[in-house]
Write a protein that binds this ligand. Sequence first.
Ligand code: NAP
Length: 360
Amino acid sequence: MTNCAALWIDRTDINITRQVTTELPELIDGQVLVAIDKFGLTANNVSYAVTGDSIGYWQFYPAQDNWGIVPVWGCATVIESSCADIPVGDRLWGYFPMASHAVLTPGNIHADYFVDVVEHRRELPPVYNQFRRTKAEPEFLQQLENERCLLFPLFMTSYLIYDYLIDNEFFGAQQVVIGSVSSKTGFGLAQMLHNDPEVTQSVIGVTSPGNVDFVKGLGCCDQIVLYKNEAEIDASVSTAYVDMSGDARLTISLHNHLEDKIVESCMVGGSHWQEGGKVGELPGARPRFFFAPGQIEKRNKEWGPGVAMVNAMTASAKVAALVADDIQVQWVEGSVRLADHWAALLDNKIPPSTGLMVTF
Ligand SMILES: NC(=O)c1ccc[n+]([C@@H]2O[C@H](COP(=O)([O-])OP(=O)(O)OC[C@H]3O[C@@H](n4cnc5c(N)ncnc54)[C@H](OP(=O)(O)O)[C@@H]3O)[C@@H](O)[C@H]2O)c1
């Protein structure tokens, strides 16, 4: 029997956590047991919890009663196998529980990936059910484990938004406004736009006073605007708004300031998770939700399966190398410290220059 340590979150109040140790049952035929030795922790994981019921993130690793397990991007090693095609020692990168171990049911097995085909995951977006078998991947990717846990899931989303904007010729916009630009997803997008010589649109980042220096240091915004100073943005220029904050006040303020000049309003995230709410009827393009797996599926049909993911990974590796000196990894050990850092994340006490990596 293996003991599994986990941090459970109260689905009705994500401030409340519970450290849990359970005994994992014996594997049944076809299953593997993995030891999760590292995962990244960012505002994205908070958003998984906030939207756990509406989007279904609690369903990946079900807990009990009112408790839920937040999914995380991490690396793990297979330590027991009842699956003929997945040996002990296989190294995986994927969407794991906030826990020390997990039991997976590999299916659709390829040299470099498999899909967890457990019944309760069947209806969930395929991108989250795929586990990369990293020993079959290029050496350079194997060297980037921490970056893949902490940065790639976010920069890959940045790439998909960048691709979405290009795919739609920026909806005619001449400038792109990014809400919560100090977030990894936000500045990843700013970097990709800034570094593409074919992109002529200016990049405007909106952030809080404490994060301005960090954003300035990245050198990827043509203009940085503080929250509540949105009137500084040129309202005569057609604008695509991409929001990682989910802050209803910001959306309302930008739409009222830019009016019909807002030609695209793309709601990506909710890093300001306590500031959500309804925005009502607004001038300009109607805000719509951006769901990265949706763009992957669109491109899989157009470009062939897997091409968008490879492009996204390549773009992520480039940005990760560019910002290597701007983000210091801080290791968080064990479920007690994880609970403390979860609370700090909810309270916006983790600076953007700190990248939290967790190990049990
Ligand atoms: N739709 C999708 O498919 C998709 C995919 C990936 C990510 N996302 C979303 O993008 C957002 C950013 O995720 P990330 O992991 O990149 O974030 P991150 O790097 O952890 O973001 C840190 C920044 O977010 C803001 N922030 C964080 N916690 C806050 C709090 N409690 N209150 C107010 N502001 C807070 C601050 O920026 P500022 O001061 O600049 O606001 C902070 O510097 C998340 O909501 C995530 O879910 C969506």
